[in-house]
Design a protein around this ligand. Structure first.
Ligand SMILES: Nc1nc2c(ncn2[C@@H]2O[C@H](COP(=O)(O)OP(=O)(O)OP(=O)(O)O)[C@@H](O)[C@H]2O)c(=O)[nH]1
Length: 445
């Protein structure tokens, strides 16, 4: 099969014609005439011989006398058509028997044409030319179809031909990898059954409408029970009304790296706990939820004591390690889905405890403080303790629509600074209502 045209096309091969007749005179006449027309010729004077030659050289056309001793023309034609190697070679019968039933019988066993005897050479020439034109056209169509089939079969993407109602008519071999079913097992199934999370589709037709035209990201239900993220592209086939070409492209790996990137964007690179951006988004959600449910929300602000001294004494790398250990101690206390520990910047950390009243949050803050102290990270020049310690501020609010998140932050910060002022390595708490009033009054006076 020729897929790419070569730079210098070879000269076209002369069509080969096998002449079969038990009368040598007929053969000579036909042969001379066909040679003059530029054809290659082969001859046989019996059906048996014709079958042998046809098998061997596979001519482009057979001119076949009907009435011959031994295997006659009809039987010769039948046998040619029964062999895959010769079945597609066009056969033109030549016969003096011009009865309708003879002609019909000839066509019934696969003849391409029928020329009455005595032969008129110009007519023979015209019929031979017409047959060769026809069969070369068929060959080109078949070659094109084979070529297309080869492309579709070797495609990496899954390709399906689907009816408007979702019924699969054809699936290429790659679909096996994408869906877990061999191509023939997919034929007759509904594409909608293979697309997950489409519960609203009562039947295949509505699913197809929902999938629509163009490219959509879908979850495909693999035969192994797993779900795979894929791009599904549906294109109507212009040449066939009501049919669509569906292309499947696996994007699981792409999704996984996208998810990994998204996760990385939420983490602080040094401590690997949540970063400020993620914390802000989380707090916003919990804030709204606390308003809806009239539940208390507690914010803990934590600052490492005398950390500058630590850095100056032991170096920045040791400082980094220390921050990582403190971060782990914090994260170990953020256990519920409504809790989140984050690095807010520098040596300052925050924790949010959703649905947690002040006293419970203060107990958690105290547990964190003692955990950090118990890490026994030496801070040799600290006037507070020979080890790393933290000062912690806790603020709690039952927020309403009238409150603002900044209030909670201000109060927690103030509580933390109060802890610093009171000697460090301690927890101070505030309930936002009262503490906020104090903040506002101080600002007004
Ligand atoms: N190693 C390290 N140090 C940091 C990092 N971020 C901030 N720092 C240091 O943390 C120190 C914070 O110092 P200060 O804000 O003066 O506070 P402090 O020394 O902890 O004193 P108090 O908070 O009053 O107890 C600074 O020296 C910063 O350079 C970091 O990512 N790694």
């Amino acid at each position: 099969m020729t897929i790419l045209a070569s730079a210098a096309p070879a000269a076209p091969r002369k069509p080969a014609i096998l002449i079969v007749d038990d009368a040598p005179d007929n053969i000579s006449l036909l042969r001379a005439m066909l040679l003059r027309q530029g054809y290659q010729t082969f001859v046989a004077t019996s059906g048996e011989r014709a079958l042998e030659i046809a098998q061997r050289i596979q001519p482009d056309l057979v001119l076949l006398d009907v009435v011959m001793p031994g295997v006659d023309g009809l039987e010769t034609c039948r046998r040619l058509k029964a062999q895959p190697a010769t079945a597609n070679i066009p056969v033109i019968f030549m016969s003096a028997r011009g009865e309708t039933e003879d002609i019909v019988a000839g066509f019934d066993i696969g003849a391409a044409d029928y020329i009455p005897k005595p032969l008129r050479m110009e007519e023979v020439c015209a019929r031979v030319r017409a047959q060769l034109r026809l069969s070369s056209g068929n060959g080109a169509d078949k070659e094109q179809a084979d070529c297309l089939r080869m492309i579709v079969d070797s495609m990496d993407q899954g390709l399906l031909i689907v009816e408007r109602c979702g019924r699969i008519q054809y699936a290429n071999p790659s679909c096996d990898r994408y869906l877990g079913y061999a191509a023939e097992q997919l034929v007759g199934r509904s594409l909608a059954d293979l697309v997950a999370q489409q519960d609203s589709y009562a039947d295949g037709c509505s699913a197809m409408e929902a999938i629509g035209h163009g490219t959509r990201e879908v979850l495909i239900r693999h035969r192994d029970g797993g779900l795979r993220a894929m791009d599904l592209t549906m294109t109507p086939m212009h040449a066939a009304d009501g049919l669509f070409v569906a292309l499947l492209h696996d994007i699981t790996h792409h999704k996984q790296s996208e998810d990994a990137l998204q996760r990385a964007a939420m983490l602080d690179p040094l401590t690997k706990i949540a970063n400020r951006r993620h914390f802000d988004a989380f707090l916003e959600k919990e804030w709204q939820r606390a308003i809806r449910n009239a539940q208390p929300l507690s914010l803990v602000v934590l600052d490492v004591d005398h950390f500058k001294l630590y850095n100056d004494t032991l170096g920045h790398a040791a400082g980094d390690l220390c921050l990582q250990k403190v971060a782990q101690a914090l994260e170990a206390h953020a256990l519920r889905p409504t809790d989140l520990a984050a690095r807010f910047g520098g040596e300052e950390f925050v924790l949010l405890f959703g649905e947690t009243p002040g006293p419970a949050a203060a107990r958690l803050a105290e547990a964190i403080r003692t955990t950090v102290e118990a890490l026994h990270i030496p801070n040799p020049r600290s006037p507070t303790s020979p080890y790393i310690t933290v000062s912690v501020g806790v603020a709690t609010i039952v927020p309403t629509q009238l409150d603002q998140i900044e209030q909670l932050f201000l109060c927690a910060d103030r509580a933390m600074y109060a802890a610093k002022e009171a000697g460090r390595n301690r927890v101070e708490s505030a309930v936002v209502g009262a503490a906020w009033d104090a903040v506002r009054n101080a600002a007004m006076h």
